[in-house]
Design a protein around this ligand. Structure first.
Ligand SMILES: Cc1cc2nc3c(=O)[nH]c(=O)nc-3n(C[C@H](O)[C@H](O)[C@H](O)COP(=O)(O)OP(=O)(O)OC[C@H]3O[C@@H](n4cnc5c(N)ncnc54)[C@H](O)[C@@H]3O)c2cc1C
Ligand code: FES
Length: 347
Protein backbone atom coordinates (compact mmCIF):
# COMPACT_ATOMS: atom_id res chain seq x y z
CA UNK A 1 0.00 0.00 0.00
CA UNK A 2 2.77 2.49 0.87
CA UNK A 3 4.06 2.33 -2.68
CA UNK A 4 7.32 4.31 -2.50
CA UNK A 5 9.85 4.44 -5.31
CA UNK A 6 13.25 6.11 -5.39
CA UNK A 7 13.37 9.14 -7.68
CA UNK A 8 16.30 11.38 -8.52
CA UNK A 9 16.04 15.16 -8.26
CA UNK A 10 16.82 16.55 -11.69
CA UNK A 11 16.76 20.22 -10.77
CA UNK A 12 16.18 22.50 -7.76
CA UNK A 13 14.62 25.85 -8.70
CA UNK A 14 14.74 28.79 -6.28
CA UNK A 15 11.18 30.13 -6.70
CA UNK A 16 11.30 32.84 -4.00
CA UNK A 17 13.77 33.58 -1.18
CA UNK A 18 11.87 31.02 0.93
CA UNK A 19 10.63 28.40 -1.53
CA UNK A 20 12.18 25.89 -3.88
CA UNK A 21 10.76 23.59 -6.51
CA UNK A 22 12.08 20.04 -6.73
CA UNK A 23 11.87 18.60 -10.24
CA UNK A 24 11.97 14.80 -10.38
CA UNK A 25 12.85 12.71 -13.35
CA UNK A 26 10.43 9.79 -13.69
CA UNK A 27 11.88 6.80 -15.61
CA UNK A 28 9.72 5.80 -18.59
CA UNK A 29 8.94 2.34 -17.20
CA UNK A 30 7.15 3.79 -14.13
CA UNK A 31 5.81 6.93 -15.80
CA UNK A 32 2.23 5.61 -15.84
CA UNK A 33 2.32 5.08 -12.05
CA UNK A 34 2.98 8.80 -11.70
CA UNK A 35 0.10 9.91 -13.87
CA UNK A 36 -1.98 12.37 -11.83
CA UNK A 37 -4.96 14.67 -11.97
CA UNK A 38 -4.20 18.37 -11.31
CA UNK A 39 -4.63 19.05 -7.59
CA UNK A 40 -3.19 15.72 -6.37
CA UNK A 41 -0.11 15.35 -4.20
CA UNK A 42 2.83 13.03 -3.65
CA UNK A 43 4.40 12.01 -0.34
CA UNK A 44 8.15 12.39 0.06
CA UNK A 45 10.05 10.25 2.54
CA UNK A 46 13.51 11.20 3.76
CA UNK A 47 15.85 10.85 6.72
CA UNK A 48 16.37 14.25 8.30
CA UNK A 49 18.72 14.43 11.30
CA UNK A 50 18.50 10.65 11.59
CA UNK A 51 14.69 10.62 11.76
CA UNK A 52 12.42 9.30 9.00
CA UNK A 53 9.93 11.96 7.92
CA UNK A 54 7.07 11.80 5.44
CA UNK A 55 5.49 14.94 4.07
CA UNK A 56 2.82 15.58 1.43
CA UNK A 57 3.47 18.02 -1.44
CA UNK A 58 0.97 18.96 -4.15
CA UNK A 59 2.22 18.60 -7.69
CA UNK A 60 2.76 22.07 -9.14
CA UNK A 61 3.60 20.73 -12.61
CA UNK A 62 0.97 19.89 -15.20
CA UNK A 63 0.33 16.22 -16.04
CA UNK A 64 1.48 17.14 -19.56
CA UNK A 65 4.96 18.20 -18.41
CA UNK A 66 7.76 15.67 -18.99
CA UNK A 67 8.88 15.69 -15.33
CA UNK A 68 7.00 16.03 -12.07
CA UNK A 69 7.55 19.00 -9.79
CA UNK A 70 6.68 19.95 -6.21
CA UNK A 71 7.31 23.31 -4.59
CA UNK A 72 8.23 23.55 -0.93
CA UNK A 73 7.91 26.69 1.17
CA UNK A 74 10.17 27.03 4.19
CA UNK A 75 8.22 26.91 7.47
CA UNK A 76 9.80 28.41 10.62
CA UNK A 77 11.27 25.46 12.59
CA UNK A 78 10.00 23.09 9.89
CA UNK A 79 11.85 19.79 9.64
CA UNK A 80 11.53 18.79 5.99
CA UNK A 81 10.79 22.20 4.43
CA UNK A 82 14.07 23.64 5.78
CA UNK A 83 15.96 20.51 4.72
CA UNK A 84 14.49 20.78 1.20
CA UNK A 85 15.28 24.49 0.89
CA UNK A 86 18.78 24.36 2.36
CA UNK A 87 20.16 20.91 1.60
CA UNK A 88 18.59 19.19 -1.38
CA UNK A 89 20.35 19.45 -4.72
CA UNK A 90 20.24 17.96 -8.21
CA UNK A 91 21.29 14.32 -8.15
CA UNK A 92 19.93 13.64 -4.63
CA UNK A 93 17.44 10.82 -4.30
CA UNK A 94 14.21 10.69 -2.30
CA UNK A 95 11.57 8.06 -1.67
CA UNK A 96 8.38 9.21 -3.41
CA UNK A 97 4.89 7.75 -3.16
CA UNK A 98 2.67 7.68 -6.23
CA UNK A 99 0.18 10.59 -6.61
CA UNK A 100 -3.06 10.55 -4.64
CA UNK A 101 -5.62 12.93 -3.19
CA UNK A 102 -9.24 13.98 -3.52
CA UNK A 103 -8.62 17.65 -4.40
CA UNK A 104 -8.81 17.37 -8.18
CA UNK A 105 -9.74 19.23 -11.31
CA UNK A 106 -10.25 16.67 -14.05
CA UNK A 107 -10.12 18.67 -17.30
CA UNK A 108 -12.95 18.09 -19.76
CA UNK A 109 -11.56 19.11 -23.17
CA UNK A 110 -14.91 19.52 -24.91
CA UNK A 111 -16.48 21.64 -22.21
CA UNK A 112 -16.61 25.37 -21.78
CA UNK A 113 -16.27 25.85 -17.99
CA UNK A 114 -15.22 28.65 -15.67
CA UNK A 115 -13.20 28.31 -12.49
CA UNK A 116 -12.30 30.62 -9.64
CA UNK A 117 -9.49 29.75 -7.24
CA UNK A 118 -8.40 31.33 -3.96
CA UNK A 119 -4.83 30.52 -2.95
CA UNK A 120 -2.54 31.89 -0.26
CA UNK A 121 1.22 31.29 0.01
CA UNK A 122 2.21 27.69 -0.80
CA UNK A 123 -1.50 26.97 -1.43
CA UNK A 124 -0.81 28.02 -5.01
CA UNK A 125 0.91 24.70 -5.83
CA UNK A 126 -2.11 22.49 -6.73
CA UNK A 127 -3.86 25.50 -8.30
CA UNK A 128 -0.84 26.14 -10.54
CA UNK A 129 -1.16 22.63 -11.94
CA UNK A 130 -4.91 23.19 -12.51
CA UNK A 131 -4.36 26.55 -14.26
CA UNK A 132 -1.73 25.18 -16.67
CA UNK A 133 -3.86 22.16 -17.48
CA UNK A 134 -7.14 24.04 -18.00
CA UNK A 135 -5.47 26.62 -20.25
CA UNK A 136 -4.05 23.94 -22.54
CA UNK A 137 -6.76 21.28 -22.37
CA UNK A 138 -10.06 23.15 -22.02
CA UNK A 139 -9.57 25.66 -24.77
CA UNK A 140 -12.64 27.81 -24.06
CA UNK A 141 -12.64 27.75 -20.27
CA UNK A 142 -11.74 30.74 -18.11
CA UNK A 143 -9.72 30.70 -14.88
CA UNK A 144 -9.72 33.45 -12.25
CA UNK A 145 -7.02 33.30 -9.58
CA UNK A 146 -7.19 35.34 -6.38
CA UNK A 147 -3.74 34.91 -4.85
CA UNK A 148 -2.57 36.23 -1.48
CA UNK A 149 1.05 36.65 -0.36
CA UNK A 150 3.19 38.91 1.81
CA UNK A 151 4.74 40.64 -1.22
CA UNK A 152 5.51 40.16 -4.91
CA UNK A 153 8.97 38.77 -4.12
CA UNK A 154 7.40 36.13 -1.84
CA UNK A 155 4.89 35.16 -4.56
CA UNK A 156 5.62 31.71 -5.98
CA UNK A 157 5.35 31.46 -9.80
CA UNK A 158 4.85 35.26 -10.10
CA UNK A 159 6.62 35.58 -13.47
CA UNK A 160 5.19 32.31 -14.81
CA UNK A 161 1.66 33.46 -14.01
CA UNK A 162 2.18 36.84 -15.70
CA UNK A 163 3.61 35.04 -18.72
CA UNK A 164 0.59 32.75 -18.91
CA UNK A 165 -1.71 35.76 -18.62
CA UNK A 166 0.03 37.41 -21.57
CA UNK A 167 -0.50 34.23 -23.63
CA UNK A 168 -4.14 33.80 -22.54
CA UNK A 169 -5.35 37.38 -21.83
CA UNK A 170 -9.04 36.50 -22.27
CA UNK A 171 -8.96 33.25 -20.29
CA UNK A 172 -6.65 33.78 -17.30
CA UNK A 173 -7.42 36.57 -14.82
CA UNK A 174 -5.09 37.30 -11.91
CA UNK A 175 -5.75 39.27 -8.73
CA UNK A 176 -2.71 39.57 -6.48
CA UNK A 177 -3.17 40.56 -2.83
CA UNK A 178 -0.22 41.54 -0.64
CA UNK A 179 -0.31 41.89 3.12
CA UNK A 180 3.04 43.71 3.36
CA UNK A 181 3.35 45.61 0.08
CA UNK A 182 1.16 48.39 -1.23
CA UNK A 183 1.69 48.48 -4.96
CA UNK A 184 -0.09 49.35 -8.20
CA UNK A 185 -1.90 46.44 -9.83
CA UNK A 186 -2.43 44.53 -6.59
CA UNK A 187 -4.85 44.73 -3.67
CA UNK A 188 -3.51 45.42 -0.18
CA UNK A 189 -4.46 43.13 2.71
CA UNK A 190 -5.46 39.50 2.95
CA UNK A 191 -8.05 37.28 1.33
CA UNK A 192 -11.10 38.10 3.45
CA UNK A 193 -14.85 38.61 3.13
CA UNK A 194 -14.48 41.83 1.14
CA UNK A 195 -12.04 40.17 -1.31
CA UNK A 196 -14.46 37.33 -2.03
CA UNK A 197 -17.44 39.68 -2.45
CA UNK A 198 -15.38 41.98 -4.68
CA UNK A 199 -14.43 39.04 -6.92
CA UNK A 200 -17.85 37.40 -7.10
CA UNK A 201 -20.21 40.39 -7.01
CA UNK A 202 -18.13 43.01 -8.73
CA UNK A 203 -15.00 42.31 -10.77
CA UNK A 204 -16.03 38.94 -12.23
CA UNK A 205 -19.81 39.20 -11.84
CA UNK A 206 -20.37 38.62 -15.56
CA UNK A 207 -18.72 35.20 -15.46
CA UNK A 208 -20.77 32.24 -14.30
CA UNK A 209 -18.41 29.95 -12.37
CA UNK A 210 -18.80 26.17 -12.34
CA UNK A 211 -16.29 25.33 -9.63
CA UNK A 212 -14.28 27.06 -6.91
CA UNK A 213 -10.93 25.73 -5.65
CA UNK A 214 -9.47 26.91 -2.34
CA UNK A 215 -6.04 26.17 -0.88
CA UNK A 216 -4.30 27.97 1.96
CA UNK A 217 -4.55 28.47 5.73
CA UNK A 218 -7.62 27.04 7.44
CA UNK A 219 -8.93 30.50 8.43
CA UNK A 220 -8.86 31.66 4.80
CA UNK A 221 -10.64 28.53 3.62
CA UNK A 222 -13.34 28.89 6.28
CA UNK A 223 -13.97 32.54 5.37
CA UNK A 224 -14.04 31.95 1.61
CA UNK A 225 -16.41 28.98 1.99
CA UNK A 226 -18.79 31.01 4.16
CA UNK A 227 -18.85 34.00 1.81
CA UNK A 228 -19.30 31.82 -1.28
CA UNK A 229 -22.25 30.14 0.47
CA UNK A 230 -23.72 33.60 1.21
CA UNK A 231 -23.42 34.22 -2.55
CA UNK A 232 -25.50 31.07 -3.23
CA UNK A 233 -22.61 28.90 -4.38
CA UNK A 234 -23.52 25.27 -3.68
CA UNK A 235 -21.37 23.11 -1.41
CA UNK A 236 -20.70 20.69 -4.29
CA UNK A 237 -19.05 23.47 -6.31
CA UNK A 238 -16.56 24.32 -3.55
CA UNK A 239 -13.42 22.18 -3.35
CA UNK A 240 -10.67 22.79 -0.82
CA UNK A 241 -7.33 21.42 0.38
CA UNK A 242 -5.87 22.05 3.82
CA UNK A 243 -2.10 21.65 4.23
CA UNK A 244 -2.38 21.65 7.99
CA UNK A 245 -5.29 21.68 10.45
CA UNK A 246 -5.42 23.67 13.68
CA UNK A 247 -7.40 20.95 15.43
CA UNK A 248 -6.47 17.28 15.40
CA UNK A 249 -8.11 14.40 17.20
CA UNK A 250 -7.41 13.55 20.85
CA UNK A 251 -8.35 10.23 22.43
CA UNK A 252 -11.59 10.03 24.34
CA UNK A 253 -11.31 6.27 24.95
CA UNK A 254 -8.96 4.14 27.05
CA UNK A 255 -8.20 0.48 27.68
CA UNK A 256 -7.13 -2.42 25.50
CA UNK A 257 -8.61 -3.61 22.25
CA UNK A 258 -7.82 -6.08 19.50
CA UNK A 259 -7.44 -4.68 15.98
CA UNK A 260 -7.83 -7.05 13.04
CA UNK A 261 -6.00 -5.42 10.17
CA UNK A 262 -6.42 -6.11 6.45
CA UNK A 263 -3.51 -4.57 4.57
CA UNK A 264 -1.96 -5.49 1.22
CA UNK A 265 -4.06 -8.67 0.96
CA UNK A 266 -2.74 -9.86 4.31
CA UNK A 267 -4.50 -10.12 7.64
CA UNK A 268 -3.08 -9.61 11.11
CA UNK A 269 -4.45 -9.36 14.61
CA UNK A 270 -2.77 -6.94 17.00
CA UNK A 271 -3.16 -6.11 20.69
CA UNK A 272 -3.84 -2.41 20.73
CA UNK A 273 -4.47 0.60 22.91
CA UNK A 274 -7.75 2.54 22.63
CA UNK A 275 -6.02 5.78 23.65
CA UNK A 276 -3.77 5.89 20.59
CA UNK A 277 -4.94 6.18 16.99
CA UNK A 278 -5.67 3.17 14.82
CA UNK A 279 -2.75 4.23 12.61
CA UNK A 280 -0.22 4.48 15.44
CA UNK A 281 -1.34 1.08 16.74
CA UNK A 282 -0.81 -0.47 13.31
CA UNK A 283 2.58 1.23 12.82
CA UNK A 284 3.67 0.14 16.32
CA UNK A 285 2.99 -3.42 15.20
CA UNK A 286 5.50 -2.85 12.37
CA UNK A 287 2.87 -2.98 9.64
CA UNK A 288 3.46 -0.72 6.63
CA UNK A 289 0.15 1.16 6.69
CA UNK A 290 -0.16 4.10 4.30
CA UNK A 291 0.08 7.60 5.78
CA UNK A 292 1.47 11.00 5.03
CA UNK A 293 0.40 14.04 7.10
CA UNK A 294 -0.78 12.28 10.29
CA UNK A 295 -2.85 15.42 10.78
CA UNK A 296 -6.18 14.43 9.24
CA UNK A 297 -5.79 16.51 6.09
CA UNK A 298 -4.38 14.31 3.33
CA UNK A 299 -6.53 11.14 3.31
CA UNK A 300 -3.55 8.76 2.73
CA UNK A 301 -4.47 6.68 5.77
CA UNK A 302 -8.13 6.10 4.87
CA UNK A 303 -9.48 2.68 5.86
CA UNK A 304 -12.82 1.00 6.41
CA UNK A 305 -14.16 -0.15 9.77
CA UNK A 306 -15.63 -3.51 8.83
CA UNK A 307 -16.52 -4.79 12.30
CA UNK A 308 -16.68 -3.17 15.71
CA UNK A 309 -16.64 0.54 16.41
CA UNK A 310 -14.15 3.39 16.09
CA UNK A 311 -14.69 7.13 16.33
CA UNK A 312 -13.05 10.21 14.85
CA UNK A 313 -13.35 13.06 17.36
CA UNK A 314 -12.22 15.51 14.63
CA UNK A 315 -12.94 15.14 10.93
CA UNK A 316 -11.92 17.87 8.47
CA UNK A 317 -12.05 15.73 5.35
CA UNK A 318 -14.52 12.88 5.01
CA UNK A 319 -18.08 13.57 3.95
CA UNK A 320 -21.05 12.44 6.07
CA UNK A 321 -21.79 9.80 3.43
CA UNK A 322 -18.23 8.42 3.64
CA UNK A 323 -18.40 8.27 7.43
CA UNK A 324 -21.82 6.58 7.22
CA UNK A 325 -20.36 3.85 5.02
CA UNK A 326 -17.67 3.11 7.64
CA UNK A 327 -14.68 5.02 6.28
CA UNK A 328 -12.31 6.62 8.77
CA UNK A 329 -8.93 8.35 8.69
CA UNK A 330 -6.76 5.94 10.65
CA UNK A 331 -4.58 8.82 11.93
CA UNK A 332 -7.63 10.49 13.52
CA UNK A 333 -9.64 7.44 14.62
CA UNK A 334 -9.68 5.54 17.91
CA UNK A 335 -11.11 2.11 18.69
CA UNK A 336 -14.19 2.15 20.91
CA UNK A 337 -15.14 -1.54 21.01
CA UNK A 338 -12.97 -4.31 22.46
CA UNK A 339 -12.44 -5.68 18.96
CA UNK A 340 -12.31 -3.75 15.67
CA UNK A 341 -11.65 -4.94 12.14
CA UNK A 342 -10.18 -2.36 9.74
CA UNK A 343 -9.49 -2.81 6.04
CA UNK A 344 -7.00 -0.55 4.23
CA UNK A 345 -7.45 -2.44 0.94
CA UNK A 346 -11.18 -1.71 0.61
CA UNK A 347 -11.18 2.05 1.24
C1 LIG B 1 -2.14 17.34 0.84
C2 LIG B 1 -1.02 18.27 1.25
C3 LIG B 1 -0.32 18.96 0.27
C4 LIG B 1 0.72 19.83 0.63
N1 LIG B 1 1.38 20.52 -0.35
C5 LIG B 1 2.35 21.39 -0.02
C6 LIG B 1 3.03 22.14 -1.02
O1 LIG B 1 2.76 21.98 -2.22
N2 LIG B 1 4.00 23.00 -0.64
C7 LIG B 1 4.33 23.18 0.69
O2 LIG B 1 5.25 23.98 0.97
N3 LIG B 1 3.70 22.49 1.67
C8 LIG B 1 2.73 21.59 1.34
N4 LIG B 1 2.12 20.86 2.33
C9 LIG B 1 2.59 20.98 3.72
C10 LIG B 1 3.78 20.01 3.93
O3 LIG B 1 3.32 18.67 3.87
C11 LIG B 1 4.46 20.18 5.28
O4 LIG B 1 3.49 20.13 6.30
C12 LIG B 1 5.23 21.49 5.39
O5 LIG B 1 6.21 21.56 4.37
C13 LIG B 1 5.91 21.61 6.76
O6 LIG B 1 6.71 20.47 6.95
P1 LIG B 1 7.99 20.57 7.90
O7 LIG B 1 8.54 19.20 8.07
O8 LIG B 1 8.92 21.62 7.41
O9 LIG B 1 7.35 21.12 9.25
P2 LIG B 1 7.09 20.28 10.59
O10 LIG B 1 8.40 19.93 11.19
O11 LIG B 1 6.11 19.20 10.29
O12 LIG B 1 6.33 21.38 11.46
C14 LIG B 1 7.00 22.50 12.06
C15 LIG B 1 5.97 23.48 12.61
O13 LIG B 1 5.27 24.14 11.55
C16 LIG B 1 3.87 23.92 11.62
N5 LIG B 1 3.41 23.69 10.24
C17 LIG B 1 3.47 22.53 9.53
N6 LIG B 1 3.01 22.71 8.28
C18 LIG B 1 2.65 24.00 8.18
C19 LIG B 1 2.13 24.79 7.13
N7 LIG B 1 1.86 24.27 5.91
N8 LIG B 1 1.90 26.11 7.40
C20 LIG B 1 2.16 26.63 8.62
N9 LIG B 1 2.67 25.92 9.65
C21 LIG B 1 2.91 24.64 9.45
C22 LIG B 1 3.71 22.69 12.48
O14 LIG B 1 2.47 22.70 13.17
C23 LIG B 1 4.88 22.81 13.44
O15 LIG B 1 4.61 23.68 14.50
C24 LIG B 1 1.06 19.99 2.00
C25 LIG B 1 0.36 19.28 2.99
C26 LIG B 1 -0.66 18.43 2.61
C27 LIG B 1 -1.41 17.66 3.68
S1 FES C 1 -2.13 10.55 7.27
FE1 FES C 1 -3.03 12.30 6.35
S2 FES C 1 -5.13 12.10 6.88
FE2 FES C 1 -4.16 10.51 7.98
Amino acid sequence: MSQFVTLTIKKVIQETPSAVSLVFEVPAKIRSDFHFIPGQFITLKAKVNGQEVRRAYSLSSSPNDPDIKVSVKKIADGTFSIYANENLKAGDQLEVMVPEGKFKLQPQPNKNLNYMAFAAGSGITPIMSMIKTVLTEERNSKFVLIYGNKSSTETMFFKELLQLQSIYPNRLFLEFIYSRENTDGARFGRIDKSTVNFAVKNKFKDISFNDFYLCGPEAMITTVKEVLAENNVSNEAIHFELFTATETAKATNSGETIIHVVLDDEQAQIKADKSITLLDNVLKADMDAPYSCKGGVCCSCICRVVEGEANMPVNNLLTDAEVAEGLVLACQAYAISDSVKIDFDDA
